[in-house]
Write a protein that binds this ligand. Structure first.
Ligand SMILES: C[S@@+](CC[C@H](N)C(=O)[O-])C[C@H]1O[C@@H](n2cnc3c(N)ncnc32)[C@H](O)[C@@H]1O
Length: 234
């Protein structure tokens, strides 16, 4: 199994959402990045979406609100229990509101969360199961040498013509990463931040063209193949 950051043993996990809401450091522009990933992956309702490293479900719920049917996978039960609690409160809301309103309508599309021990490298679904595979702030747990294997695994479960989209801290290449590490001391020494040139080559081996948009000096959104959002960078 791939080594993973054991979020279940970390003190701050129950406060994860307040940490990302700080909108600073690693999580500067967190909301914009999740919004962009959900827009590119879910341009229309009715899509089946896989969210890997779903955590407390922030990206899953944005996709749900865009009318998707979402499966979120994560190794951490403590992170997923926060995601599931939100599903229960949405469900109660729906009954109270008689099914009217965007959240209630979105809920009909459905969201489910499952613990999976190695969800970037062993995705427990058959080939071509999803219209979109998404992830935010989780891929950096995968060692660099295993990231190309994970790209193949994510493409395997994507239907032909489906969209892969990811937001995370990452760098154009190893040189850019080294420079950023000198500048931003708060970058985590234990994380395997992706290098976009390596991912570009991994996707091209799967016949997909990777697109990239930078959101902060250290954070990017990547997607493949080209989608409407990609043709008009904002
Ligand atoms: C910083 S949180 C991001 C959660 C969520 N995607 C978000 O954007 O807020 C990182 C998540 O990655 C999960 N994780 C750690 N190691 C992993 C691995 N090897 N494969 C998949 N997910 C992993 C953690 O349990 C945690 O929920």
């Amino acid at each position: 199994m791939t080594p993973f950051s054991d979020f279940d043993s970390m003190d701050w996990v129950d406060n994860y959402d307040s940490v990302v809401e700080s909108d600073s450091g690693l999580f500067f522009r967190y909301s914009d990045i999740l919004q962009a990933v959900s827009e590119v992956a879910c341009p229309s309702p009715g899509l089946k979406v896989l969210d890997i490293g779903a955590g407390t479900g922030n990206l899953s719920y944005l996709c749900l609100a865009r009318g998707a049917s979402v499966v979120g996978l994560d190794p951490s039960e403590r992170m997923l229990s926060q995601a599931r609690a939100r599903a229960r409160s949405l469900s109660a809301n729906r009954v109270e509101r008689g099914g009217v309103g965007s959240e209630a309508q979105a809920h009909r599309s459905g969201v489910e969360f499952h613990v999976a021990s190695d969800p970037f490298l062993k995705i427990p679904y058959p080939d071509s199961s999803f219209d979109a595979v998404v992830s935010t702030y989780a891929f950096h747990h995968i060692p660099h040498e295993l990231q190309p294997k994970s790209v193949r695994e994510m493409v395997r479960v994507l239907r032909p013509g489906g969209v892969w989209a990811m937001g995370d801290v990452m760098f154009e290449n190893a040189v850019a990463e080294a420079e950023a590490r000198r500048t931003y001391e708060w970058l985590d020494g234990d994380e395997y931040y992706s290098r976009i040139d390596s991912l570009r080559s991994a996707f091209s081996q799967s016949g997909m063209v990777l697109h990239a948009r930078q959101f902060t000096p250290v954070s990017w959104v990547l997607w493949a193949p080209e989608a409407a959002w990609g043709r008009k960078p904002q």
